[in-house]
Design a protein around this ligand. Structure first.
Ligand code: HH2
Length: 274
């Protein structure tokens, strides 16, 4: 997305969950045709990346087998390939990533930051595609039980730096690496807020920062809104603050309001009329 002179660029990544159990939209796009139609709508609204996921990572979520994940994701990747948006596959599995890249995906979003499947780094390196390395403490099944840090920002930054060095050692070009502090992944409300407040320290690592606050529980705690679908304004506020602190890629369910907000934010920070 083009930003006014002086303002940092931004990209909106629209979420397409092909799962029965995602925390905010589980089951809505489980039919491939519905997921493809939803993805096209998000691209139309201004999502330059569409993130297709077949395994929920919500707290307590049960893992999904590779065959089932492929069955969910591949028809949607194939149906959206060529739509004009870059297709991302949200997976920790090398087999799913390889098949999605063959079906037209061009980005791998790995919430395990290459700590899960030992073959995933090689798949990304060989494809030469961009990838997102995300911080998580624990696993989705256990991560919200007792998250603990001495200094959450220092520890997340050190982790991301170490994972980026690992990715580079595995043959992934530094220019292809993006990093994500993993909002809500083994973090309390205070940890999430501290990460957002000091996001500039994550951006200082020198990699584009991906941020995923969309509809998450910490926004529900702050606003009292139990229905994730009612957390759109809270999501927009958090994303604007993240933009101001250096985030570059905004992973959201609600693309249109996010694009509007980032247009205003970048015009304001750029001192231009956009
Ligand atoms: N959050 C979720 C999933 N994938 N990837 C990145 N890079 N960053 C995130 O913050 C992130 C992510 C969780 O959101 P959602 O996909 O809506 O839910 P679920 O995992 O339940 O499908």
């Amino acid at each position: 997305m083009v930003s006014p002179a002086g303002a940092p660029g931004w990209t909106v990544m629209g979420v397409v969950n092909v799962t029965p159990d995602s925390f905010s939209d589980g089951g809505r796009w489980i039919e491939p045709s519905a997921a493809v139609a939803h993805g096209l709508e998000l691209a139309e609204q201004g999502a330059a990346i569409l993130d297709i996921g077949g395994e929920s990572t919500r707290p307590g979520a049960a893992p999904v087998g590779e065959a089932e994940e492929r069955r969910r994701v591949l028809p949607v990747v194939a149906g959206l390939a060529g739509c004009g948006a870059l297709i991302s596959v949200d997976t920790t599995k090398a087999g799913v990533a390889r098949a999605a890249l063959e079906a037209g995906a061009g980005y791998v979003n790995d919430v395990s930051a290459l700590r899960g499947d030992p073959d995933l780094a090689g798949v990304v390196a060989q494809a030469g595609c961009p990838c997102c390395l995300m911080h998580m403490q624990g696993t989705p099944r256990t991560m919200q039980e007792h998250p603990r840090y001495d200094d959450v920002v220092d520890e997340v930054a050190a982790f991301l730096e170490e994972r980026a060095a690992f990715a580079i050692a595995q043959g992934i070009a530094a220019a292809r690496i993006q990093v994500d502090p993993g909002i809500g992944f083994g973090k309390t409300l205070a940890h999430n807020l501290e990460l957002l407040r000091r996001l500039n320290e994550i951006a200082a690592l020198g990699f584009p920062v991906v941020i995923g606050v969309s509809r998450k529980a910490f926004l529900g705690h702050l606003t009292g809104r139990e229905d994730p679908g009612e957390r759109v304004a809270a999501t927009v506020a958090a994303n604007v603050l993240a933009y101001e602190r250096g985030a570059a890629v905004f992973r959201v369910h609600d693309v249109a309001p996010t694009v509007d907000a980032l247009r205003v934010a970048s015009a304001t920070l750029g001192g231009d009329d956009a």
